[in-house]
Design a protein around this ligand. Structure first.
Ligand code: F6P
Length: 341
């Protein structure tokens, strides 16, 4: 059996953990061969490969990013893209493909599965917004990075009696904002799922100062004000039709300054949240996903995504993971709201 592996979409800590686990178990237990496809779907599309064996994966578990490279290539947007992928898989003698990615990469995997490609999906994204899995790896690392940053921002905010707005990633789902804001006593947490009132945020700022605290407002990049629109960087779209976000934090900081007269600063955490070594949680989760992906291949159970259900690694239909996004439920948001202000 010869297995192809690719990582697509925005990178995240833990991708190498999946690659290492799949290759190690595949080689040691079943004698499988592996081929790494470079840069997401661009790899099988253009026949870009790299060697994957016990030697190449041995020391990669603590390494951030992905040794395979990544891209947001969408083969369904390229003329003859699917045929080229099928040709290249055949040329390299690939019997099964492991696609490690988020909604876009696994969306492509879902369509290829329907077209007869033997594919297994592994969910990754710092955004934690893939459906039918309790967590994706990368999320825990991103939250811990954000919490460390916010803890540091608290001390400088207090010294200068300033509000600070911290913009974190999360286009459609506010998981990073919710968890990092709860873990670091944010004076407000603003997420895409719940439109926010600038007036209310300013009330939280003033009540924080009254309680002798300098407020930190944690805002997801996709959060939307009640009387406004999502803030985008420019008009360009990626191959999956996504806009580039970022800017809402600066916008909100200016509004707070004007309305409360407290000089407000904004810190955009950006790609720092996606970089560096994975936490122990993400190392273990990515490893378990990689191991189970090989078991699924060994059992011929294709068209499935590995998923965390409680503490068990389950297999769910690929389509169920990508048909809708996993958003923050109102009840969870209400738990965070208790601490606002
Ligand atoms: O991978 C998801 C994500 O981190 C989003 O939260 C963010 O909007 C986007 O990627 C940024 O993508 P890029 O690296 O292409 O700027």
């Amino acid at each position: 059996m010869r297995i192809g592996v690719l990582t697509g979409g925005g990178d995240c800590p833990g991708l190498n953990g999946v690659i290492r686990a799949a290759v190690t178990k595949g080689v040691k237990e079943y004698g499988y061969d592996f081929v790494g496809f470079r840069d997401g779907w661009k790899g099988p599309l253009e026949g870009l490969t790299m060697e994957l064996n016990l030697e190449t994966v041995r020391d990669i578990l603590p390494k951030g990013g992905t040794i395979l490279g990544s891209s947001r290539t969408n083969p369904f947007k390229i003329d003859g893209g699917v045929e080229k992928i099928k040709e290249n898989l055949a040329k390299h003698g690939i019997d099964a493909l492991i696609a490690i990615g988020g909604e876009d990469t696994l969306g492509v995997a879902t369509k290829l599965d329907a077209l007869g490609v033997k594919v297994i999906g592994v969910p990754k994204t710092i955004d934690n917004d893939l459906n039918n899995t309790d967590y994706t790896f990368g999320f825990d690392t991103a939250v811990n990075i954000a919490v460390e940053a916010i803890d540091r921002l608290h001390t400088t905010a207090e010294s200068h009696h300033r509000p600070i707005v911290v913009e974190v990633m999360g286009r459609h789902a506010g998981w990073i904002a919710l968890h990092s804001g709860m873990a670091s006593s944010g004076a407000a947490v603003l997420i895409p799922e719940v439109k926010f009132s600038v007036e209310k945020v300013c009330e939280y700022v003033l009540s924080s100062f009254k309680a002798n605290r300098a407020p930190i407002i944690v805002i997801a990049e996709g959060a939307i004000p009640q009387d406004g629109d999502m803030v985008i960087k420019d008009q360009s779209l990626d191959a999956f039709g996504h806009v580039k976000l970022s800017g809402i934090g600066d916008w909100l900081a200016a509004e707070i300054t004007e309305r409360t007269k407290y000089e407000t600063r904004c810190t955009v955490l950006g790609h720092i949240q996606r970089g560096g070594t994975p936490t122990a949680f993400d190392r273990v989760l990515s490893t378990r996903f990689g191991l189970q992906a090989i078991t699924a291949i060994h059992e011929g159970d294709f068209g499935k995504m590995m998923a965390l259900h409680g503490t068990t690694i389950a297999r769910v239909p690929l389509a169920s993971a990508t048909s809708e996004l996993k958003l923050v439920q109102p009840s969870l948001y209400a738990e965070a709201e208790v601490f606002f202000g």
